[in-house]
Design a protein around this ligand. Structure first.
Ligand code: CP
Length: 307
């Protein structure tokens, strides 16, 4: 099977077959990263531009590593070192990059819909590396890959997503993906961080962490997206941590074999206690490892590769 779409913009319009194609392909790429010479010639002669208008450690680095392990030429552009600081618009920047004939442009932007705008303007494939509070499709794919690898399935699992649901593109993409794949998803956070009508996406919503994590197979903790919050939506970090941190007390409500996830960056002592983040049930660094494989799979599939 091949991926027939030009762009990766969100999980909302992904089919189950497409998600499985990406996860299966990513699994086949895991081995490349364990070799002594971590390189295959698959994308030799292809050019990937990482255009990041927001800070990133994991996503940008893993796209760069993914491209390099496939022998693509990868170029990183960040807002602070680009001509955006001289007033150039996103569209002008993108049209200039298009004129240099890359094959794939990976975009992270604070504005929801920015990658969709570029997908309509550029002939190159666009990958959404996070657009505002909208979607982070490659994160959800690596999360689903990690869950499937650790639990052997996604369907039928109870997944609790805890924290700033309203401002989290990770939560939104995971809700779309996990519910499509047959998981039961619960979300919890302060009422000010739960989007109105979130139940219409097929999830159960709670304002107490205990209600969401009781019986969970997977507990996914989220950072408070302070960069997207215009008002103070909780009294203090200490109060937030008292009510919504995952710790050695409330984790006992989850299943005994429950696994802990976090997309990063973590704020230790706020949404997750250090002993849980570093404990035996944490698969947070497995998520990071799988991020390289998922991004290798997407670069490969978008350039015409098949399963
Ligand atoms: N999970 C994630 O998107 O991390 P970065 O912001 O470091 O890329």
């Amino acid at each position: 099977m091949k991926l027939t779409r030009k762009d990766i913009l969100g999980i909302q319009d992904f089919s189950v077959a497409e998600i499985e194609l990406v996860l299966d392909t990513a699994e086949s790429f895991i081995e490349v990263s364990t070799r002594e010479i971590k390189k295959v010639p698959t994308l030799r002669g292809k050019t990937v531009i990482n255009l990041f208008y927001e800070a990133s450690t994991r996503t940008r680095t893993s796209f760069e590593i993914a491209g390099k392990r496939l022998s693509a030429d990868t170029i990183n552009i960040s807002a602070s070192t680009s001509s955006m600081v001289k007033g150039e618009t996103l569209i002008d920047t993108a049209k200039n990059l298009e004129a240099m004939n890359p094959d794939i442009v990976v975009v992270r932007h604070s504005a929801a819909g920015a990658p969709h705008l570029l997908a309509g303007l550029l002939k190159q494939s666009i990958i959404n590396a996070g657009d505002g509070a909208h979607e982070h499709p490659t994160q959800a794919l690596l999360d689903m890959m990690t869950i499937r690898a650790k639990k052997g399935r996604i369907a039928g699992l109870n997944v609790a997503i805890i924290g700033d649901i309203s401002h989290s593109r990770v939560a939104r993409s995971n809700i779309y993906g996990l519910t499509k794949m047959g998981a039961r998803v619960s979300v919890a956070g302060p009422a000010t961080m739960i989007p109105r009508g979130v139940e219409t996406l097929g999830v159960a919503a709670y304002t107490r962490i205990d209600d969401a994590i009781r019986g969970a197979d997977i507990v996914m903790m989220l950072r408070i997206q302070t960069e997207r919050e215009k008002n103070n939506i909780f009294p203090s970090l200490r109060e937030y941590a008292n009510h919504f941190s995952l710790n050695s007390r409330n984790i006992t409500l989850a299943r005994e074999d429950a696994l802990i996830m976090h997309p990063g960056p973590m704020n230790r002592g706020v949404e997750i206690s250090p002993d849980i983040a570093d404990g035996p049930r944490s698969i947070i660094l497995d998520q990071v490892t799988n991020g390289v494989a998922v991004r290798m799979a997407l670069l490969y599939l978008l350039t015409g590769g098949d399963e």
